[in-house]
Design a protein. Sequence first.
Length: 195
Amino acid sequence: MRFLHISTDGSLPAVLSPRVPAGSPGVPVGAGAYQNPDKAAGKFSEPPVPRICVGPDIERCFAAIYPNFSRFFEEDGIVDMQFHVYEIKPYPNAAIVTPDELVRDRRVMDAHVTQEHWILGKVQSYYLGSVMITPDLRSDYITFHPYNDTKIARLELSPSVLKIGQSNDKSTKPLPRALLGKRTDDSRSHQSVRS
């Protein structure tokens, strides 16, 4: 499986070590994110385990981090945001926690939707390029049962329609078209998971 990681930081080092993500309870929030109120209140908070979070594609990586960026789009009126895309290759001795394990152990409430994996060791990071992501706030939102538990009411994760296009920032490397899909600079929809 190919692992991707997206970040607002376009200068991540070539070797990454696990860390507790910014915005987690007790961890300062940088300029690129904010403290999600549900997580701050302890509702569905993720444990402070040092890790590198990865996903299979840009859409699901974005869905996984959208709750930490939603305020910028939904409240501040930002239309699009630049993200840098990295391919992540774990070192041979790095443990990988699968989405099934993250959900089963109630570590990540939406991993069954986002296919988020945790890598618990050092990784090699390869900068692939930058994209502009525009969530369509008028589209339906992806909904899911936290931890895939139908006894828990559905929550909204992120808009189901995204426009993913090349960044206009000439100082960054353009992302290979294959990662943008066949409909480059067009709206792309990722499906709601019905559990």
